[in-house]
Design a protein around this ligand. Structure first.
Ligand code: HEC
Length: 145
């Protein structure tokens, strides 16, 4: 029992030396979704609190992102999220991709897939309420079609 504990402890300490890449690319604020699309303030607030940590270059890495193995998941999610839709580079968004975003965002949120569940467990304010959904979807429908 004790040996197992120390064995696991050593592994835990060992993996802390595998560093993650906390990438915060520079980007021009005027290329940002909110600057480009100028959505209503309420919509901007929802996106800022529920999506920007992963889908933009303005990620605020939380304390647990410094601790392996959580650091691996966190940094991987950010890379993946930016690869799909990076709100900091909204000026590069084609009309077609914007439509796709509007469609998929509504679907993902309704399915409870976005914001990504492990994130909402620790960021309780990031969860999207029914009232916020209505506001957000109305805007998505406007920009998407
Ligand atoms: C904790 C990180 C995180 C947060 C917060 C987050 N996302 Fe994502 N998002 C991801 C990841 C990772 C992917 C890549 C798809 C996958 O692997 O599931 C993704 C993919 C997507 C996709 C593409 C889905 C597809 O199948 O192509 C959309 C649309 C999306 N997110 C919208 C949002 C919206 C809108 C919000 C805010 C309400 C949000 N996301 C918040 C991590 C996040």
């Amino acid at each position: 029992m004790r040996r197992t504990f120390f064995f696991l402890l050593w592994i835990f300490i060992g993996i802390q030396f595998i560093r993650s890449d906390y990438d915060l690319p520079e980007s021009d604020p005027k290329n940002d979704l909110i600057a480009v699309m100028n959505p209503p303030q309420e919509v901007a607030n929802i996106l800022k609190t529920s999506c920007y940590d992963c889908h933009s270059n303005e990620t605020v890495y939380p304390w647990y992102a410094q601790v392996a193995p959580f650091s691996w998941w966190t940094t991987h999610h950010v890379v993946e999220a930016r690869r799909h839709f990076n709100f900091s580079k909204w000026n590069e968004m084609s009309e077609k991709k914007l439509e796709k975003f509007a469609e998929e965002a509504e679907y993902e949120i309704n399915e409870g897939e976005m914001p990504l569940p492990p994130y909402t467990w620790v960021h309780s304010g990031a969860e999207i309420t029914e009232a916020e959904k209505a506001i957000l979807f109305e805007w998505l429908n406007e920009v998407g079609y």
